[in-house]
Design a protein around this ligand. Structure first.
Ligand code: G3P
Ligand code: MG
Length: 230
């Protein structure tokens, strides 16, 4: 076993905190989390905020679509445990220069937010982080738009389906790799798998030496990885 798989907190630490909450992110950062995955949308006034769904209903006390609210209006709503809905700016300030690999997922597969790539990447580029961010999206055109703005960064396409001719696809689309729901043995570049909460599945992926896994319980999975990886 040579490659050490990086363990990403999927939406922070949802096993113990509200998903995509500053409390979950902060706990991870204070407890040696190696990677953080989080999901980004735009408000009506084009402020990047962190939430998984396009709508507020499942994870907050609000209702309706994020893009129908300005940030000021969105602030009236809260996640569980009275947590605020984080802005990307707040998240980046919290991360600061922690030794953590970020994976920013553009949530543009259902709603295409105008100019989200430029707004989000401008904000990230203005922040002195320790490691370059990995950008991902289920919506390939979003990654293509990002590549035009910043060609030399790491872009990974997300998909829940097997990728046919993965080698040619990754090369042709100038991707750093793929973020998949199931392992594939022909992926060039970085292969990261979501969402891995089953220890048996995790152990197999650690043995294969995938670049990363996304898990709801980074504490358990990091301990398992350390136990299995020399
Ligand atoms: O980025 C990995 C994973 O988060 C993709 O799926 O729906 O959890 O954002 P989802
Ligand atoms: Mg995600």
């Amino acid at each position: 076993m040579t490659v050490k798989t990086l363990v990403f907190g999927h939406r922070g630490y949802p096993a113990k905190f509200p998903e995509n909450s500053l409390a979950g992110f902060a706990y991870g950062l204070d407890h040696g989390i190696e990677g953080l995955e989080f999901d980004v949308h735009l408000t009506k006034d084009q402020v990047p905020v962190i939430m998984h769904d396009e709508r507020l209903d499942r994870t907050s006390d609000g209702t309706g679509y994020i893009h129908d609210y300005t940030l000021a209006e969105l602030r009236q709503f809260h996640l569980a445990e009275n947590e605020p809905i984080p802005t990307l700016a707040e998240f980046l300030t919290l991360v600061g220069t922690h030794d953590v690999q970020l994976n920013l997922e553009f949530k543009t597969d259902k709603i295409q937010y105008p100019n989200i790539e430029k707004i989000v990447m401008g904000m990230v580029h203005a922040t002195p982080l320790k490691h370059p961010v990995i950008y991902s999206s289920f919506h390939l055109p979003t990654l293509k738009a990002c590549q035009k703005l910043a060609p030399n960064e790491a872009y990974c396409w997300l998909t829940g389906k097997p990728v046919v001719n993965a080698g040619a696809f990754v090369a042709n689309e100038h991707l750093a790799g793929l973020h998949l729901s199931h392992y594939q043995d022909d992926v060039p570049g970085d292969e990261r798998i979501w969402t891995v909460d089953d220890p048996k599945e995790a152990a197999a992926l650690f043995r294969k030496g995938v670049a990363g896994i996304f898990t709801d319980d980074f504490v358990t999975m990091t301990a398992l990885r350390d136990e299995l990886t020399v």
